[in-house]
Design a protein around this ligand. Structure first.
Ligand code: ADP
Ligand code: MG
Length: 238
């Protein structure tokens, strides 16, 4: 686990600024949800946390370390995307073990890491299957398994449930929360769905057009929205 500090971060693409100085403190072990309409800069911010996008100005720290110039592989972070592509020609076990292998783990370490992640996610009976032999929910759990296998300091989720049907989406919210309660890994979870944010977050960060409108607990945002945008976004129907 680690705290994450985002301080006055700006991002421009070809001279066009899409994040206008964003400051978000994230406590060690928190489950923080970034929520806001499509195009407000959520994925860009998450990609900067992961090191997949450089920072135009400002700083991002993980624990005590400023990571602005640290390569993705050197950051102790794991990310789950919306389009979690599993490797179709690899078994569940190999899909989950691949990131350990890339980082030079030996076969014994890989086996132990995969067994632990599989146990946490109830995937143990499925380790020898191939992705095509799994249901959508099982595939999503394998994608999470790939993230937790390394026991990272921080999890990043970018709209991980938006391709699932409504029933599975609700079930997976609970699973992800239970996973967090068990592992207590600092988590930054991105969604455009305010119901998802309200039901999952310890702390919600409402974003809009490249700025942070408000940061607070679900109850605080509901009871005391800082402005009209927050009030109508949080209060609007799904
Ligand atoms: P969100 O995830 O909240 O929907 P994004 O972070 O994907 O928003 O995008 C924020 C803004 O940055 C959008 O206006 C988008 O068009 C722009 N953007 C994102 N990535 C790039 C890129 N690689 N090049 C140019 N513009 C980009
Ligand atoms: Mg996005």
């Amino acid at each position: 686990m680690s705290s994450v500090q985002i301080r006055d971060v700006r991002k421009s693409f070809g001279g066009f600024e899409v994040l206008h100085g964003v400051t978000i403190p994230i406590e060690d072990g928190a489950f923080v949800v970034l929520v806001g309409p499509s195009g407000c800069g959520k994925s860009t911010l998450l990609r900067m946390l992961a090191g997949l996008e450089n920072i135009t100005s400002g700083t991002i720290s993980i624990g005590d370390r400023v990571v602005n110039n640290v390569q993705p592989k050197e950051r102790d972070i794991a990310m789950v995307f919306q389009n979690y592509a599993l490797y179709p020609h690899m078994t569940v076990a190999d899909n989950m073990g691949f990131s350990l292998k890339l980082r030079g783990a030996n076969p014994d370490e890989i086996k132990k890491g995969v067994a632990r992640a599989a146990e946490i996610l109830a995937l143990t009976p499925l380790l020898d299957r191939y992705p095509r032999q799994l249901s959508g929910g099982q595939r999503q759990r394998v994608a999470m398994g790939r993230a937790i296998v390394r026991d990272p300091q921080v999890f990043l989720f970018d709209e991980p449930l938006s391709n699932l049907d409504a029933k599975l989406r609700v079930a997976m919210r609970t699973e992800i929360k239970e996973l967090h309660q068990r592992l207590k890994t600092t988590t930054v979870y991105v969604t455009h769905d305010q119901i998802e944010a309200m039901t999952m977050a310890d702390k919600i960060v409402v974003m809009h057009d490249g700025i942070v409108e408000q940061i607070g607990s679900p109850l605080e945002l509901y009871d005391r929205p800082d402005n009209q945008f927050v009030a109508s976004f949080i209060g609007s129907p799904a």
